[in-house]
Write a protein that binds this ligand. Structure first.
Ligand SMILES: NC(=O)c1ccc[n+]([C@@H]2O[C@H](COP(=O)([O-])OP(=O)(O)OC[C@H]3O[C@@H](n4cnc5c(N)ncnc54)[C@H](O)[C@@H]3O)[C@@H](O)[C@H]2O)c1
Length: 323
């Protein structure tokens, strides 16, 4: 069975998924919609798909078994519900919205439907992440240090907190999701977010912070910190470091380092995570096997809950418990 795939949103991430899906033998890119019709037409021509004039027209076309929702975080209203109502499987880019209650309602509908669901947490598919998970499975993590530093992407909506959610919700969410995946659930967060200068230089009306740090407790009792900045024009990197009694694990870019009494090894991954993520989703749809998906919609909602709690904490300057 070939899985016919539609795209809602044909921007930066959609381009990466289109490129990856074109390599997945069992997938056929069939339909594309973007509010920017020129962008949808251009992508449709490039990938042999048909472009549509609305999300509903695309979902009603009968040409879509599964849909990739690749719109910015502020533009998700009703899309998942419309796909579910038509029995269309879905991969929804992270973050899966900006309001937790709305995301939870969507999650409930998706789970009740029995459809296959995936999210944008592509790093989970890296072989080195799986190796780190295997190494840590019977170990107690005591401290986590994580960061994502770089410059702001040139997207008009990114500098507005109300449209993007800010860097942790939108970008360092990948590192935070890895912490959940490898070290367990969050218990509480305490964040400081500040808008300094770089974001205002890009957008004088910016409302998103450009330096932020979150101290946290995990349910296991481990503590940690995750720091985000978009002021770093010349140096960009992301890392999650996990410390425990007698071991150290670091995931930095495409490299895993493990240090303990018997080893100090660094493993470099050659995996293309978008390809592996998309291939797993298509296979899950074909075999009707949700277990092939490593980052479900529900996982994405759980990660969103922590990042939104950090925003609440930064705004109220208080510690926020994760419900
Ligand atoms: N998983 C990853 O590694 C990764 C990487 C980049 C972006 N993303 C996520 O993907 C999403 C999109 O980000 P991007 O960088 O592609 O943004 P982008 O601005 O480059 O592209 C978004 C596209 O959506 C279109 N759009 C906006 N509103 C729409 C609507 N209501 N219906 C249809 N199309 C609409 C825009 O015209 C644009 O073409 C964000 O949630 C972002 O966090 C994920």
């Amino acid at each position: 069975m070939t899985v016919k795939v539609g795209f809602i949103g044909a921007g930066t991430i959609a381009e990466l998924h289109l490129k990856a899906l074109a390599q997945v033998e069992q997938a056929q890119i069939s339909a594309i919609f973007d509010v920017n019709t020129q962008r949808a037409q251009q992508a449709s021509e490039q990938y042999g798909a048909k472009s549509y004039e609305s999300a509903e027209a695309l979902l009603d076309s009968g040409e879509v078994d599964a849909v990739f929702i690749c719109t910015p975080p502020f533009a998700r209203d009703g899309l998942e519900e419309a796909a579910v109502a038509r029995g269309i499987h879905l991969l929804v880019e992270k973050p899966v919205g900006l309001q937790l209650e709305q995301a939870k309602r969507k999650e409930q509908l998706i789970l009740e439907s029995g459809l296959i669901h995936s999210s944008g947490y592509c790093l989970r598919y890296l072989d080195i992440v799986q190796q780190a998970k295997e190494y840590l499975k019977d170990k107690q993590v005591d401290l986590v240090l994580a960061y994502r530093i770089g410059s702001a992407p040139p997207l008009t909506w990114w500098s507005k907190l109300e449209l993007s959610g800010g860097q942790l919700v939108e970008q360092s969410t990948h590192q935070l999701d890895l912490i959940r995946y490898l070290a367990g659930e969050f218990k509480a967060v305490q964040a400081i977010h500040e808008l300094r200068s770089s974001m205002l230089a890009i957008d004088p009306d910016a409302t998103a912070y450009d330096v932020g740090t979150v101290a946290f407790e995990l349910q296991s009792g481990a503590i940690g910190n995750i720091t985000s900045t978009s002021v770093s024009k010349y140096v960009g990197r992301g890392e999650v470091e996990l410390f425990g009694d007698g071991f150290y694990v670091s995931l930095k870019g495409a490299a895993l380092r493990i240090v303990d009494d018997s080893q100090d090894i660094t493993i470099k991954s050659r995996d293309q995570y978008y390809f592996k993520q998309d291939q797993a989703f298509i296979e899950a749809v074909r075999l009707n096997d949700q277990s092939l998906v490593l980052g479900s919609y529900s996982e994405a909602v759980a990660t969103l809950a922590v990042t939104l709690a950090a925003n609440e904490s930064a705004a109220s300057r208080s510690r926020v418990e994760i419900s």
